[in-house]
Write a protein of this length. Structure first.
Length: 89
């Protein structure tokens, strides 16, 4: 069930950090990672480790720097991916 929900969420959002997925689904990264890896193996999702910090707080956790990108036939570029800082809301 949650695998389908992850697919739907990522296809609608286009991209999400691991931290955003944790918050949205109320599930920790240890539970999300196997499902995300399955979607990566199927070619539906691409994982990108961003080196860009949000710029507002300077203390973003590592989970905000891992971005999962919904694959629509195009390749993401790290310039278009920016982590969302949970402290900037």
């Amino acid at each position: 069930m949650i695998l389908t929900e992850i697919q739907t969420y990522l296809s609608q959002q286009g991209q999400a950090s691991l931290g955003q997925l944790e918050q949205h689904f109320h599930v920790n990264s240890h539970a999300l990672s196997p499902m995300l890896e399955k979607l990566i193996r199927k070619g539906r999702v691409q994982k990108i480790a961003s080196s860009n910090r949000c710029g507002s707080c300077g203390s973003c956790g590592p989970e905000t720097l891992i971005i999962y990108y919904w694959v629509k036939g195009d390749s993401p570029t790290t310039e278009t991916l920016s982590p969302a800082c949970p402290d900037s809301r």
